[in-house]
Design a protein around this ligand. Structure first.
Ligand code: AMP
Ligand code: ZN
Length: 482
């Protein structure tokens, strides 16, 4: 396997990627605060990490991926008040939206999506440990992390604690000792959602959830922690302080951060209101165009959203589909070659270069922008080869298809060619027949009922009558060897 290099925000340079456990990558990506619709800015970050995860899987790693949901916090409570909903109801709605949007964008699901409200015990336990070790203290309105006790504070973001202290002030009513300290637990104010704790009723601060929940699922050390670059400070800096103070050792190996998706020179964000929702974009462009739009830039660079950019991505995607279609048609007139001409030698060489370039770019900190150039190189080469020859070589076409399959696997585009999807009709028809068969059996017309079972059987669908009703399974079709 070729060596993979990733840019680590912690060391500010590219480092060779070596996971802590052989063959396995454990990663945590900070998930959304669910109080509004998912927008293209989120998609930028989550598609970027999806491609990273897909690439790691593609080159042979097993990836264990965790993404949290912040389903209780100030913003959720505020928005719920404004809209006259319960915070839980609001969070539930947007959490479901997020999952639906990610699925529609072909972002592979995380293995687990821990939610704050389902991990209050773990969070309390984490804060208790911090208090025991002398890093946390109780103030009038909550429990705080004592930044002055953690010597490495600032190592990720490069922030200087003295400067920080000058820049922030303790707000009236805040019970912290020093401006740079941050809340681990917030004591409940009237009317807010609350949980029992050793410090009275309240709820967790924002940062603590990621320390507590990541360690539950990934242990006290893991490989990759990611998020948008707005999370470097304070969120990730605070996560590091909490986790390393609690465990007493280095926590995460590689810190990866995505650049912003911008509109008119500003970050796309919920608070600025300059966002386009995924729902809207999906209806106009479809998932693969959105993915290609995002993939055309390296994940750490800023990416400006424009309609032109989206149109350009749509055209690029069309070109790829077109190439795949040309290859499919050409397959029919393809043959094994007994002699190569110039066209074969050249196409072979172009494919080899494209493949090599693609993997070299991806191994260089997942440089999808560069990798994509090689995808188009292969696409153009394939079209050129097909115009030059009447009977293309089967093996060469298969090589091209294999390359595009790899691209599809990693980028999540051209899936119409490579991912078999059921339309749902098959299942519906089988269930319909099962329903008819049950009716027939009720009327004791066993001859017809048995015929349905037998004929479905010969099509590779096996019916089983269980106490819970009739279920069906696919079985190998006789004679097809499948
Ligand atoms: P939030 O729900 O605002 O906490 O955001 C969830 C994730 O999306 C974080 O990792 C953010 O950094 C990321 N994110 C939000 N807006 C943008 C944007 N405009 N560009 C890139 N990432 C973003
Ligand atoms: Zn986090």
């Amino acid at each position: 396997m070729k060596r993979l290099f990733v840019y680590n925000t912690m060391t500010r340079r590219k480092e060779e990627f070596k996971p802590l456990r052989e063959g396995e990558v454990r990663m945590y990506v900070c998930g959304p605060t669910v109080y509004d619709y998912t927008h293209l800015g989120h998609a930028r970050t989550y598609i970027a990490f999806d491609v990273i995860r897909r690439y790691l899987e593609h080159i042979g790693y097993t990836v264990f991926m965790v993404m949290n949901f912040t389903d209780i916090d100030d913003k959720i409570i505020r928005r719920a008040k404004e809209t006259g909903q319960e915070p839980k109801e609001l969070a539930e709605k947007f959490l479901a939206h997020f999952l639906r949007d990610m699925n529609a964008l072909k972002v592979k699901p995380a293995d687990v999506y821990p939610r704050v409200t389902e991990h209050i015990d773990e969070i309390i336990e984490f804060i208790r440990r911090l208090q025991e070790r002398g890093y946390a203290y109780e103030g009038s309105d909550g429990v705080y992390f004592d930044v002055s006790k953690f010597m490495d504070y600032g190592k990720l973001s490069g922030i200087d604690v003295d400067e920080l202290r000058k820049g922030v002030r303790v707000e009236p009513g805040e019970g912290k000792d020093s401006p740079e300290d941050f809340a681990l637990w917030k004591k409940a104010k009237p009317g807010e959602p609350k949980w029992e704790s050793p410090w009275g009723e309240g709820r967790p601060g924002w940062h603590i959830e990621c320390s507590a929940m990541s360690s539950k699922y990934l242990g006290e050390r893991f490989d990759i922690h990611g998020g948008g670059s707005d999370l470097i400070f304070p969120h990730h800096e605070n996560e590091i302080a909490q986790s390393e103070a609690c465990f007493g050792h280095e926590w995460v190996r590689y810190w990866l951060h995505t650049g912003f998706l911008m509109v008119g020179g500003e970050k796309m964000s919920k608070s600025l209101g300059n966002f386009v929702t995924i729902e809207e974009l999906l209806s106009r462009y479809g998932a693969e165009t959105i993915r290609l739009f995002i993939i055309q830039k390296h994940y750490r660079s800023p990416l400006e959203y424009t309609e032109d950019g989206m149109e350009h991505a749509r055209n690029s995607l069309e070109r790829l589909y077109n190439t795949m279609e040309n290859i499919r048609v050409a397959m029919e007139s393809a043959e094994v070659k007994f002699r190569w001409g110039d066209a074969e030698f050249e196409f072979y060489e172009e494919l080899r270069r494209a493949r090599e370039g693609f993997y070299a770019a991806m191994n260089d900190d997942f440089n999808t922008a560069e990798a994509l150039k090689y995808v188009f190189l292969a696409s153009n080469a394939a079209n050129r080869y097909l115009t030059r020859t009447e009977h293309p070589g089967t093996s060469l076409l298969l090589k091209a298809v294999e390359f595009f399959r790899a691209v599809s696997d990693v980028f999540g585009v051209m899936e119409d060619y490579f991912v078999e999807r059921s339309t749902g009709l098959e299942e519906e028809l089988i269930n319909l027949l099962i329903g008819v068969r049950n009716e027939l059996r009720k009327e004791k017309r066993y001859d017809l009922a048995d015929r349905i079972r037998e004929e479905l059987g010969s099509l590779g669908v096996q019916l089983e009558d269980t106490p819970k009703g009739t279920v069906w399974k696919r079985k190998m079709k006789a004679g097809t060897g499948r």
